[in-house]
Design a protein around this ligand. Sequence first.
Ligand code: AMP
Length: 324
Amino acid sequence: MCRNHYSISNFSFTYGEDRLFFLTMSIFKYKKAEQVTWKPRYIILSYMQVVETIDEMRRLRSKLTEPVGLVPTMGYLHDGHLSLVKRARTENTSVVVSIFVNPTQFGPQEDLKNYPHDTKHDLALLEKEETDVVFMPSVEEMYPPQFDSWVEVSEVTERLEGAFRPTHFKGVATVVAKLFNIVQPTRAYFGQKDAQQAIVIKKMVADLNMNLEVVACPTVREPDGLAMSSRNIYLKPEERKAATILYQSLKLTQQLYSKGERDAERIRQGMIALIKKQPLANIDYVSIAHTETLEELDTISPPALVSLAVRFGKTRLIDNIIIR
Ligand code: AMP
């Protein structure tokens, strides 16, 4: 299925034909002998294609002007996602955004079934950012019954998130490799918010000689410092308030480092003590690690990745900063 999604101010509709531009009529009124005459004029309004199959994505890809930027997402878009799309827009002639809630990166006890979605809203946001193509495949399209090939990145996937979500990065690497093969982007954009994911993807691209550039973009935060995340919607009001402790603890690290502290364990313990003041917070890990190998550091020498995962009720949040 291929549909073009167009909107004019508040009015939104899909157009069922695959076309490169949209023709609409702007209306001019002429008063002539008490009659109103409508004079049509053709203008290009917007152009965004929404495709659901790999064949259609490939067909459109062959028509896109190089360079092509790809932004992989799971939808329920917020300003963090849009910052990636904006960056892709400024650095490429064509922009493809994928929306796919990838089942293989969720563990059995995780939130796959309840993962939030609002496709209409996502498409409206992407259209405003002048996205060229939105690729929204179904699970069956990406993982047909005979699917049996996986991409596994070792070492860097075993720490941090990988230690708590053992199958997560196998699913991420596999789906991202598939998206790269389908879309063949010049550049692909990932958020620093998921720091380990960006590291894993860079490693996969380097190890498997994939012909594209991986761009990591800064974390976009709410005014109180909480990193934007589709999962923030799960937080109860009191958990949302408590979650500000995450960025406070990351800022504490930065402050301690600026004052001359270099002992990584003392800083970790300082962060843990601060987070524990918040009774709703349950720590999975607090880490100060090498930015490429993700090995824990004894002594901080920049750049160092300070990252954490903390649960608030059923919601698990991750965040990080890099000490430079
Ligand atoms: P997701 O839809 O959660 O898979 O995220 C899609 C992409 O958006 C990933 O590369 C994320 O790292 C990135 N992203 C998510 N939240 C943010 C944020 N607050 N700031 C910057 N990038 C983000």
